[in-house]
Design a protein around this ligand. Sequence first.
Ligand code: PHE
Length: 467
Amino acid sequence: MSAVREHFGSRLGFILAAAGSAVGIGNLVAFPVAATKSGGGAFLLMYALFVFFICLPVMMAELAMGRRADKDPVGAYRQLSGGSRGWSIPGWMALATPFMIAVFYLVVTVWVLGYLIETLRGNLDLLATEAHFGQFINSPVVFLYLVVLMVAINGILAMGVKDGIERAAKTLMPMLFVMLLGLVLFVLTRENAMLGVKYYLIPDFGKIDSAVVSKAMAQAFFSLSLGMGIMITYGSYMKKRDSIPGSSRAVAITDTLVAFTAGLLILPSIFHFDPQIDPSELSDSSAGMIFLFLPKIFLSLQDSVGYFGASAFAAAFFFLVLVAAITSLVSIIEVPIATLRDERGMSRRKAIYTIAAVQFVLAIGCAVSFGMVNFFTQFVQLAGADKSFFDLVEIIFYDTILPLNGLLVCLFVIYKWKKANFDQELQEGDSTFTGSVSQKYINFSLGTFIPLLLLLIFINTVALKFF
Ligand code: PHE
């Protein structure tokens, strides 16, 4: 075991690394589509309320747990519960969840990489055809891209917390902000762009029902990388002198701003493509949007900026998504690495090789569940479900276990680890915290309505997806 735990070098470094985790495919694609289909400005408002009043306290709870224990999620639950066996279960869940979500996310990111390369090779017209996606995900080149991506991510991780994760975030995140703004400015000058902006922003409160509320909540939770042990792990790399409440707010604001801005990119592009479009017909699935719909939209830009211009735009977009996904993947794969190091005393390098090997096999399983060998699909179908392995990973881990993990964090911090200890940790690096309104709100909400809301969401998803 390494004698001294590595820490993020600076407060900004932590904020960018955590924002790098939070900003992902969820922000760039899932959020704009969800907002558009579910009441525009009304959804945005509700989402923002969820981020700041529900998710932010959970983020602080996770960070505080990690920093106090100075450990990975499994170690943090064990240590802060005084070695309770029962409480080690949520610790293991906070390890299994990121592990499986990483596999699923890895596969989508591999496809993004593939689409970027195809675009750069001048094949945007091919990507815009209906049949291409099916052919692409079944072609062996996907394995090559998987290797390339895993080498890049594990390369960053191998350099450690400060020189790897933090440095990558410091380089990639500003680049992401600038590129996103550049693309938005370009797209806003296109014909009919304003129709898209209007559709995105004008509130339609009539669309808000319980399913939409639950969707907004789940989206906010996922977007802030909660319930996956990530913030517990990153908290353990935070310095005591940095403020948890202040840094969390900065991360939440950045994440929300990026999601909001992504809408100003996606919606105007869609309305430029077809001003008559009915956005409520858009696909719910991010993968469907990225790989089936958006290439057509990008190609249509050729009428005004030529094929080369359209390809450049598409390449910039895929690159943006790739960067966002890589910084998210780095954070999520760091969780099992931290566990192997803290719990098994492995060196960083050995932990990386171990995790990468298992993830490689699972990612291939997930990737092929779309066709090719079809082994996993058959396997799962034999078990009576008409879902692919890919679908199952999403439903079990993302839809169901995430809110459950969040619920357990709230209950643990307030009722087991205890408010006084939690407050004390938040007070470190933030001398104005004790006695503030935000302290009172955080303590009250984490012990009452936040876990209740997460429980309702959990029950709702279980009822919808499994019965
Ligand atoms: N916050 C990420 C997103 O919005 C979610 C995520 C984080 C996924 C880390 C995987 C790993 O896409």
